[in-house]
Ligand binder design. Structure first.
Ligand SMILES: NC(=O)c1ccc[n+]([C@@H]2O[C@H](COP(=O)([O-])OP(=O)(O)OC[C@H]3O[C@@H](n4cnc5c(N)ncnc54)[C@H](O)[C@@H]3O)[C@@H](O)[C@H]2O)c1
Length: 665
């Protein structure tokens, strides 16, 4: 059967042969055995509803075994044998080009070169699922292949509930992932309801089909590091020869040295796991590997003297580096940490003065002692950082719960008021005020032709548009504009494309609309094939997350999720091709509500109207909320936008003088 025929048949009419697990594929960890006997029966009953009765007896036994072996029912037998990758859009069977674009994006998220656990339909983050099982995948592709532009597919946590009549202007797909009644949103609730087959963790761009590999994280980290240096350096001084000290060369943290090189500083990144460090070195993401502290000191001093731009991986514990650099009086300009402190007791953070192997033994055999060692290390870690910050180092928390866990371990990280931390997080200090509040966020696009030449052309178009905007942009956003022009100029050189022909760029509402419009024109003229637009959920308006994306909201509303919900509803009737809203992602199940969209630019006038309406709202909704929270930069941005767009009327807060409140209570 051809690829197209296989897509069109959905669930095959004959039972496929048992699955052969490919070798060398990274498999998802075995999940918790959390269901009672009755619940296990329910999970099997739920799974069997995808299949004809005559297969039930056989599949019931097989699925029960999967539940036992893996803690979930993935229905491996139904995984198609064709290759998974973003085929050019013309290769999908479709009556709707919009639906074909969605198939392309789904296939990209399941491409083994892109996805973390492709057999289990997990794209990233350990649990970021596109679907819960292979039956959902097969049915969804069939629906997409047969639907028209007058129908909408509803997807409930990977399950295609069905096609409903709608209209040309409606989204083709509406995705919800992990949406729970709020009281059922604790971590074990995910384990239980996911095992039952009724919900899934979509992370951010996994369950919304908008993942583009490591490029997204490299760009975000570059923006963060660049702006961190800006906060501390005199205007126009560049970061070469200045030190950024951090740790972690894992999944996301591995982007730090590459980002440091693009930002143009000296990056020193400690990593206890030699394999992780070597892998990043082999990939060319870090320039030099050093496993000896004396050598690290010598090489660092040399890099300082020569004003170098270099990234160094130190194989060892980060605490030793902070302490030794203090003794050596090596000045650290910017410091952070990206160990996995969101999971401190199971190997996310390794204690100092104990070998990596011994630590792993302690985790398994003496977890209580391991915990004590981690806490001791966190106290030492914070003490060493405090010594450096007393000398002028700028330290920020990288959203990895470093300050939270350090405070729980009794480290000296609390501010004088004993409520806040001594140091701010990257969103509070950098991304929030410098990017999100002005509307800058991780806009992205994918060339559906699959041709690298198309991506080159879009890079060129985007750069010219940004240069044009920059000529008339106010002082407040000149730097952000310049960063993105520099990024897009070098984007190809950075060789970050894995999977689909995709690009990321931080742009504000004006930039996003103008770039998208120029792409649509180029599609209309036949210069490039159709383009899919989207963004990370980690953005201005899409995500409510009190300890990350909305951590720089200080009016109490950081614990509400109205913005993310308003956003997904607003995007859906302004022209998105698909919309998604998720519980969980990054910081955890129950801790964040985040949403995103995808939009096909097919060169039509309808696409032009849609992009103008939706992209404008998709950014300005968040700016309005941020300005209502009294954020200065957002107030600036929203007032500026209201001057340009008379139909935008946002409620502006009146600011109260502190002394009026001082003696009230
Ligand atoms: N980059 C971002 O934009 C971003 C944003 C938000 C949150 N985060 C957070 O950053 C953390 C890291 O994410 P990841 O995907 O890289 O995790 P990961 O577990 O893949 O990598 C962390 C690395 O830190 C190393 N490590 C642990 N303790 C160490 C120590 N004491 N000294 C030196 N190295 C040590 C580990 O060996 C591991 O390789 C997570 O908590 C994540 O939520 C990152």
């Amino acid at each position: 059967m051809t690829f197209k025929e296989q897509i069109l048949q959905g669930i095959p009419s004959e039972l496929p042969s048992p699955h052969v697990y490919p070798k060398g594929i990274n498999r998802a960890p075995k999940r918790k055995d959390i269901l009672s006997k009755d619940e296990k029966q329910l999970a099997i009953r739920n799974a069997l509803r995808y299949f004809p009765k005559e297969w039930h007896k056989k599949l019931a036994v097989e699925f029960a075994q999967e539940l036992k072996d893996y803690g979930r029912i993935y229905m491996y037998r139904f995984k198609p044998t064709y290759d998974f990758y973003a085929r050019p859009i013309s290769e999908y069977p479709a009556q709707s080009q919009q639906a074909a674009a969605i198939m392309l994006m789904m296939q990209n998220n399941l491409n083994p070169a892109v996805a973390q656990h492709p057999e289990e339909l997990i794209t990233y983050g350990g649990n970021g699922a596109v679907f819960q099982n292979w039956a959902q995948y097969l049915l969804t592709m069939q629906y997409l292949a047969t639907m028209t532009d007058e129908q909408t597919l509803n997807m409930y946590s990977g399950h295609p509930m069905g096609l409903f009549p709608s209209s040309k202007n409606a989204p083709r797909v509406v995705v919800t992932n992990g949406m729970m009644i709020p009281n059922y949103s604790k971590p074990d609730d995910w384990e239980k309801f996911n095992a039952l087959g009724v919900t899934q963790y979509g992370q951010m761009t996994a369950g919304s089909f908008m993942y583009i590999g490591p490029q997204g994280i490299v760009h975000g980290t570059t923006i963060t590091v660049m702006n961190a240096f800006r906060k501390i350096l005199p205007k126009k001084e560049n970061p070469s020869g200045k030190i950024f000290l951090t740790s972690g060369l894992g999944g996301m943290s591995g982007a730090q040295p590459k980002a440091g090189n693009i930002a143009g500083c000296i990056t020193i990144c400690a990593e206890v796991n030699q394999k992780a460090a070597t892998k990043r070195h082999e990939q060319g993401w870090v320039d030099v590997l050093i496993d000896n502290m004396d050598d690290l000191v010598t090489r660092t001093k040399q890099a300082r003297e020569n004003d170098e731009v270099i990234s160094i991986a130190y194989i060892g514990n980060i605490v030793n580096v902070w302490e030794r650099f203090d003794e050596e009086n090596i000045f650290i300009h910017v410091g952070s940490d990206q160990t996995s402190l969101h999971i401190p007791w199971t190997g996310g953070y390794y204690p100092v003065d104990i070998s990596y192997e011994e630590s792993n033994r302690l985790i398994r055999e003496e977890p209580k002692l391991f915990k004590e060692k981690v806490e001791e290390t966190l106290r030492r870690h914070a003490e060493a950082i405090n010594k450096h910050t007393a000398k002028g180092t700028y330290f920020f928390d990288y959203g990895n719960a470093f300050l939270l866990e350090a405070s729980r371990a009794g480290a000296d990280v609390m501010a004088n008021n004993q409520i806040d931390f001594k140091y701010k997080s990257y969103v509070q200090d950098i991304l929030g005020p410098m990017c999100f509040d002005y509307g800058f966020g991780p806009f992205r696009w994918v060339c559906t032709s699959g041709k690298p030449e198309d991506l080159d052309k879009t890079d060129q178009i985007a750069m010219e548009v940004l240069q044009g905007i920059m000529e008339n942009s106010p002082e407040e956003i000149q730097l952000q504009m310049q960063d993105n022009i520099t990024w897009i100029k070098d984007a190809k050189k950075n060789k970050m494309v894995v999977g689909s022909q995709a690009r990321i760029l931080y742009a504000d509402a004006e930039g996003r609309v103008k770039i998208a419009n120029a792409f649509n024109d180029a599609v209309a003229k036949g210069e490039i094939g159709a383009v899919v637009l989207g963004r990370d959920h980690h953005d201005v308006s899409g995500t409510d997350s009190p300890y990350r994306e909305t951590s720089n909201i200080y009016d109490g509303s950081q614990f509400t999720a109205d913005m993310a919900i308003q956003n997904v509803i607003g995007d859906s009737f302004r022209g998105a091709t698909w919309v998604s809203i998720h519980n969980g992602g990054g910081v955890g199940w129950g801790e964040v509500i985040n949403g995103g969209f995808g939009m096909l630019l097919d060169g039509t006038q309808e696409a032009e109207a849609r992009l103008k309406s939706m992209l404008f709202y998709d950014v300005n909704n968040g700016i309005a909320r941020r300005s209502w929270a009294r954020n200065e930069e957002a107030l600036f941005a929203v007032k500026r936008e209201m001057e340009r767009t008379p139909t935008l009327k946002v409620t502006i807060p009146n600011l109260v003088e502190d002394d009026i409140l001082a003696n009230l209570f």
